[in-house]
Design a protein around this ligand. Sequence first.
Ligand code: AMP
Length: 556
Amino acid sequence: MALMGQMMSMPLLISSLIQHAARHSGDTEIVSKRVEGDLHRTTWAAVELRSRQLAQALARLGLSAGERVGTLGWNGYRHLEIYYGTSGSGLVCHTINPRLFPEQIAWIANDADDRALCFDLTFLPLVEKIAAQLPQVRHFILMTDRAHMPAQTAIPNLRCYEELVEAEDGRYVWPEFDENTASSICYTSGTTGHPKGAVYSHRSSVLHAYGAALPDAMAASRRDVILPVVPMFHVNAWGLPYSTALVGCKLVMPGPHLDGKSLYELFETEKVTFSAGVPTVWLGLLNYVGANQLKFSTFKRTVIGGSACPPAMLRTLMDDYGVDVIHAWGMTEMSPLGTLSRLSSRQLELPQEQQRRLLEKQGKAIFGVDMTVVDDAGRELPWDGKSSGNLVVRGPWVIESYFGHDGSPLIRVAGADGRDAGLWFPTGDVAAIDADGFMQITDRSKDVIKSGGEWISSIDVENIAMAHPAVHEAAVIAVPHPKWDERPLLVVVRKPGEAGAALTREDVLGFYEGKIAKWQVPDDVVFVDEIPHTATGKMLKLKLREQFKSHQLPGC
Ligand code: AMP
């Protein structure tokens, strides 16, 4: 019979992260640029206490274990308290992307069955608009103090966050429960159709927090001052609210102020050493710093991911500003970290140009994630840096299923030796892996567009165009864009007859008004006689992407 380990059986719980930070780094600062306009300072100990008060308040409102609490919030200490106050007490924190169209936000909140919704002042008009579409939400909580509560609102029984928290005494003991319990949920529109929820567990989140902090990942330490630019509504800000508690470092949060000037000032005044975000944000920061001939005094390291980091950006940050760039790849379904580009001691001896070429790749798998590339039949391809295939992953922080969906997204993989290698999650990315295990994304098989780190679902955009009476067929494809990485281009076949002949670019674009968010509307329209199709009738997007890859978008 197997001999069992004789270690304490303590579940990996999110509450243990904040308790650790409060006990061992209690007076370390948490600084937030508030929606209300000022700079707010608190500590890990105070955030932990207020998270307990929040847990008491939510229980008093009648919320019980397993129920979802939605958030529409920027990066700030109140959002952090909601992360811990909900998950820590057994509720499920559901961060919603406020950049989506109101109907989509309502759809997501209903799909997750949110029972309470906490939101920043910025989103009061948005929530007023959708409140009536959220019959299951019993409590609307405005994340502000009494002084900033609106005198009048269409939201029934709107509650004040500060009043709820301050009414409690904090005499609350974080409960212990199964580490596989759901802790948070994030929706991704990274696939076609409706967005789908990835449900993280306490165990997966704590393991991911450990992994993310490792030296060859984000190398987070208590000597760092970390400013997550990546929003807390994008895959839990890549786990930084957890990893920063785990290492007990100073945390700085920019609120809604993500322009180059605001970020630079915050970096300098708070002595930020490390940050993380999508390429579009760094472009804004670099433009500001370049135009004003500024340098960074303390900023030393940054993770860039969510979209491919442009090589020029990597080089500018490294050569002109002395900032180490860690190119990373991951996805919502992976909590999100998968790979990071960090060199081994052997690679550090290579000529600089070769080192740079490696750093431009998406990098090596972090422990906790296994990855490989397979052909369309699920057979593993060689790691030779040339064989491009479907990138598949597995690990304790990779999803097994989507929230509320019966079928499994996993696929069976046959190893290079022909043996069954078990079930893996297909990422929808196409990549090659070299002999050193460096992965490089070469394409994407999923039919979506990623603009400034946000998804645009091709199906939604196409369906609207197809509803236009003068459109016969429409396809939307991604074309490269210097600022947003990708932007949608609509390819249209006109209906035969008069109406079709009279159809203009402006007619089609005007048709999107009020139907989707402005940033999801295509930048341009091209008219063609025919869209190429496969034998089974599917539009051949690859061919279209190739045909229009040099298309000049207006304003570029
Ligand atoms: P999300 O679920 O919104 O985090 O998006 C995940 C997807 O973004 C991945 O499957 C990729 O298609 C894309 N992505 C993320 N990071 C990178 C990167 N470093 N390079 C290229 N694509 C990326």
